[in-house]
Design a protein around this ligand. Structure first.
Ligand SMILES: [Fe+2]
Ligand SMILES: [Fe+2]
Ligand SMILES: [Fe+2]
Length: 294
């Protein structure tokens, strides 16, 4: 197998894991039963680990990480709990089939071991979903969607879509950066943005709305130098922080006010963290130049 083929295969797996994450989180935001939510959320977190491992392999082999999705593998059409879990079993079966087939052609030992590990995980997920299905009811999810507060859910969805897009951006920077402090910062901000996205998604579900998993268009950081990338992130965090402040003032609901204000404060801190990092890399560059001149 050629290197380009192996890279394509790994990127496909990144996209497949990403698709499962989208499907599972969508359900987590809509399902009200705390036990079932927790179970599916736990599995989604394991898919995140799979995504990370496949993406790290791409970097190790010398490829470029793209976090795409396999749209036809995402099923957000199910209206009942039972239907949702059936779709999850299908997703796990597709993953098992895909990775098992790959084992027939992949010769790279380290990738083979990774595939074997992930297949084991997916098999156990399938078993967990099958057990959930045995106890699941035909009950319809989100009966309140007609009465959903359209204006509030659409504002929350706009914020949700931006968090989703920035997570993808920060993760990409995390996979590719050669500066350890930058990597650490990117992962940190990605994880906090995941919490924001999760809190927003949960609120959207609570209001009877449906979380919109279309990432907002935040532009591409392709070709930007590290300081320019950070500048772009700083601007984003600033605009995003202001947006949370503004929307928090408009809404009447106390719980949403509280959530948006909390995120607003955290975005301001993200802004600060990025600015401090930018100052440090500038100082480093200037110090370097001075040394060279001496
Ligand atoms: Fe997975
Ligand atoms: Fe899985
Ligand atoms: Fe942020």
């Amino acid at each position: 197998m050629k290197k380009t083929e192996l890279l394509a295969l790994l990127l496909h797996n990144v996209a497949l894991e990403h698709s499962a994450i989208v499907q599972y989180l969508y359900q987590v935001f809509l399902i009200r039963d705390p036990g079932i939510r927790e179970e599916i959320e736990k599995i989604a977190r394991e898919e995140m680990r799979h995504l990370k491992w496949f993406a790290q392999k791409v970097v190790q082999i010398g490829g470029e990480v793209e976090i795409k999705r396999v749209e036809e593998a995402i099923d957000l059409s199910r209206e009942t709990l039972k239907g949702m879990i059936e779709a999850d079993i299908s997703a796990e079966e597709l993953a098992i089939k895909t990775y098992t087939q790959q084992l027939e052609t992949v010769r790279d030992d380290s990738v083979r071991r990774l595939l074997e590990r992930v297949i084991g995980d997916e098999e156990s997920h399938k078993g967990e979903f099958e057990e959930l299905l045995r106890n699941a009811e035909e009950e319809k999810i989100n009966r309140g969607s007609d009465s959903a507060d359209q204006k509030t859910t659409s504002v929350l969805n706009e914020l949700f879509r931006e968090e989703y897009a920035i997570i993808l951006k920060y993760l990409k920077a995390f996979f590719h950066s050669k500066n350890w402090e930058h990597r650490d910062l990117m992962l940190d901000l990605a994880v906090e943005s995941m919490v924001h996205m999760g809190d927003l998604g949960e609120k959207i579900g609570e209001l009877g709305g449906r979380p919109d998993f279309t990432p907002a268009d935040l532009g591409d950081a392709e070709g930007l130098t590290l300081p320019d990338q950070i500048m772009e992130n700083i601007l984003y965090e600033q605009t995003s922080g202001e947006k949370y402040l503004r929307e928090g003032e408009i809404t009447e609901r106390e719980d949403i006010k509280r959530l948006l204000s909390k995120i607003h404060h955290q975005e301001r801190y993200h802004h600060t963290r990025l600015r401090e990092f930018l100052e440090r890399i500038h100082r480093f560059t200037v110090g370097d130049l001075r040394k060279r001149r001496d």
